[in-house]
Structure formats: structure tokens, C-alpha cells
Write a protein that binds this ligand. Structure first.
Ligand code: CP3
Length: 344
């Protein structure tokens, strides 16, 4: 292996017999120890801004399962909050933010370099993790991609079809573009600080990339990713970057080459066979077991896991789910997935 850490070996283009594995939302409500620490912190945001407790929940799935990577515990919506938006979480419903629908709303958004004071606890969490993680475990930092974060800032909440963001793009493109530019800048400086604090890899979550089509996908998912990656590579040429343009479909093809990403994370709406042929030809891919198997388990979990490992066995691969694990998942099924991957 070219690297002592399995995740870094895959990200550097190495094909491994057994792929490394981690899981989106691996620190989360399906784990009793997470629920206990979250209760101690109070609410979700208090947990995000408490470096000792945020580091603790990041470490919990590493202790329980020995995943090959730990992902910083935080949220993509901390950046809008640091830019001056109000943010709160409604139990059972999800995030709420103050909305941006006009030039006046945008004028209240702070400049990108003003985010660091607010986000200092996140950098502290990264520093603790860099110190405390086992030597074989890779520390992944992350941010939301500008489009995905913008969809929440414009609507003030999660939306099924990102309608309000599309409406602003069509109705007031000056404000929409100004917001996208501000978020691109903020994402660059935020990820730069995470790397300086000790993140070894960073991942860009474009969870709503799938609602952008054709030229809009190029302009608002691919182009910002390219800008962010170029800026980070100029400062940190050896730090690998994972891009996740979720549900991009054909948009996954050539995405790594076009943006400079070292790895493309795949959701489970594309088959592993298709992705091996169309996407993995350009380098490392991550994914893509459906999260439902963490709820249902059994032989289907084992069969599907083996199929994915086999389909991607001809090139660099990091095993993961196609999206985050859900709160109703059974922790035993996570163990079964890991055991299956490691015995392939
Ligand atoms: O992967 C990880 O474990 C790292 C931490 C992480 C979280 N959120 C923790 C979290 C990451 C990378 C995210 C990303 C995130 N957050 C995204 C993009 C990825 C994706 O899943 O599509 C989005 C869209 C958000 C915004 C957000 N945060 C939503 C929609 C929710 C769900 C609200 C709810 O009540 O279910 C959150 C909350 C959240 N983020 C939780 C966790 C562990 C659950 C919080 C809790 O109640 O304890």
C-alpha cells in the first residue's frame, strides 16, 4: 500500500483487495451512545458548537466499529449561521433559517472572511480529533456545496424540489449569483481552516445537485465545485477532495476530471456496474449501498454489499452508503455490512 491509511491509499488511486469503509452520518441517532451525548449537550446545535462533545460523538462509531475514516461532527448549515442567518432546528421537522428573497435580505449577509469567529469551535473539534484518532483512521472535514446551502438559505427550510431557490434563480439572478459567489468564497476559507486544523481529506456535499439540469448543473454545481477545489489545491496540493453531486445521474460522468476532485461519491440511484464503467474509469469512487439495508439487514444486505465491492473491484473504491444512515437503522446491521466488506 502506498499509504499507511487505507482511505488515503484509495484516494491516491490505489486499487485495494478490501476497500476501506466509512458511512455518512455514522455519528447519529441510530446509536444509543450518540443519543446520550446529545441529551447531555442539550440540542443539536449546542452539540455542534461544543468541541469536546462533538469530538466525542465523532469518535463513538470509530470505537464501536473501527471505521477507516472519521467525519467531523458538524452541519452544513453552520456556514449560513456564521454568515448571519438565523438557524434553529424544529424537532421532528428539520432546520429553519431566516430567508433570502431580495437584495435587502442579501445585504445583511456578512463577508466570507467574517465566518471564522463563529466557527472557531468547529476548528477546535478538528484539532481534538487530529490528536485523538487512532493512527490508521483518516479525518474527513466537510462543507455543503454552494447550491445545496443556498437552497436552505433561500427557502428557510428543506424543500422537496428546491422550488424557492429555482424561483430566485429565475426571478432575481443578480441576488442568486451574489449569494452563490459569497457561499463559494465562504466554503473555500472554511475548508482551508479545517485543513489547517488537521483535516486530512475534505468532502463537498451537494445533496440537491440532482434538481439542477443541463446548463444549470454546469453553472451551479460543477463550476462552484471546480472553483473551490482549485483554490484548495493551490494551498494544499496533497489534500484529497471528495465531491458528492448527489443524484447527478449522467452528471457524475466526467465530474472528477472537470472539477479536479480526487473522488466522486455516488448515491444509490445509479448502479455500481454502470458507475464502474462510466465514473470509476477516471479514478476513485465512493459508495453506494442503499441506506435502507441498515434498517432491513439480512441476506439482502450481504448480497448487495458483495455486489458493490465486486463491481468496483477493478479500481480505487471507498465503501459507503448512498446517503446518510437513518435514525431507525439497527446498529447490528452496520456491523454486518463492515464484516461483509472486510471478508470480501
Ligand atoms: O456524516 C456525518 O456524520 C457528519 C456530520 C453531518 C451531519 N449533517 C450531522 C447531522 C453532515 C456531513 C451533515 C450534512 C448535512 N446536513 C446535509 C448534507 C448531507 C445530506 O444528508 O444530504 C444536509 C442537507 C444537512 C442539513 C440537516 N441537518 C438536516 C436536513 C438535518 C435533519 C434534521 C432532522 O431533524 O432530522 C440535520 C440534522 C443533523 N445533521 C443530524 C446529524 C447527526 C441529526 C441531528 C439530531 O437531531 O441529533
Amino acid at each position: 500500500m502506498t499509504h499507511s491509511k487505507k482511505i488515503l491509499a484509495s484516494l491516491n488511486g490505489e486499487t485495494q483487495k478490501t476497500p476501506p469503509i466509512w458511512m455518512m452520518r455514522q455519528a447519529g441517532r441510530y446509536l444509543p451512545e450518540y443519543r446520550a451525548t446529545r441529551a447531555q449537550a442539550g440540542d443539536f446545535l449546542s452539540l455542534c458548537y461544543n468541541p469536546d462533545l462533538a469530538a466525542e460523538v465523532t469518535l463513538q462509531p470509530i470505537r464501536r466499529y473501527g471505521f477507516d475514516a472519521a467525519i467531523l461532527f458538524a452541519d452544513i448549515l453552520l456556514v449560513p449561521q456564521a454568515l448571519g442567518a438565523d438557524l434553529w432546528f424544529v424537532t421532528g421537522e428539520g432546520p429553519r433559517l431566516s430567508t433570502i428573497t431580495s437584495a435587502d435580505d442579501f445585504a445583511k449577509i456578512k463577508p466570507a472572511d467574517a465566518i471564522h469567529e463563529h466557527l472557531a469551535p468547529v476548528y477546535e473539534t478538528v484539532k481534538i480529533l487530529a490528536r485523538e484518532l487512532p493512527s490508521e483512521t483518516t479525518l474527513i472535514g466537510f462543507a455543503g456545496a454552494p447550491w445545496t446551502v443556498a437552497t436552505y438559505m433561500i427557502a428557510g427550510r428543506g424543500t422537496p424540489d428546491q422550488g424557492p431557490a429555482h424561483a430566485l434563480m429565475q426571478g432575481n439572478v443578480e441576488v442568486f449569483d451574489a449569494l452563490m459567489d459569497r457561499l463559494t468564497e465562504a466554503t473555500i476559507t472554511y475548508l482551508d481552516m479545517q485543513i489547517q486544523a488537521g483535516a486530512e481529506v475534505v468532502k463537498l456535499f451537494d445533496s440537491w445537485a440532482g434538481s439542477l439540469n443541463g446548463p444549470a448543473f454546469q453553472k451551479y454545481s460543477l463550476e462552484p465545485a471546480k472553483k473551490i477545489i482549485a483554490a484548495l489545491k493551490a494551498k494544499h496540493p496533497t489534500v484529497p477532495i471528495i465531491a458528492f453531486p448527489r443524484e447527478a445521474g449522467d452528471g457524475y460522468i466526467g465530474f472528477a476530471k472537470a472539477t479536479g476532485a480526487d473522488c466522486v461519491a455516488l448515491d444509490n440511484s445509479v448502479s455500481a456496474e454502470w458507475a464502474a464503467e462510466k465514473v470509476q474509469v477516471d479514478g476513485c469512487v465512493q459508495g453506494n449501498l442503499a441506506s435502507k439495508h441498515m434498517v432491513t439487514g439480512g441476506q439482502a444486505l450481504i448480497d448487495e454489499t458483495r455486489e458493490i465491492v465486486k463491481a468496483f473491484s477493478g479500481g480505487p473504491h471507498i465503501f459507503n452508503l448512498g446517503h446518510g444512515i437513518t435514525p431507525d437503522a439497527d446498529p447490528e446491521n452496520v456491523g454486518l455490512m463492515i464484516e461483509t466488506v472486510r471478508s470480501c
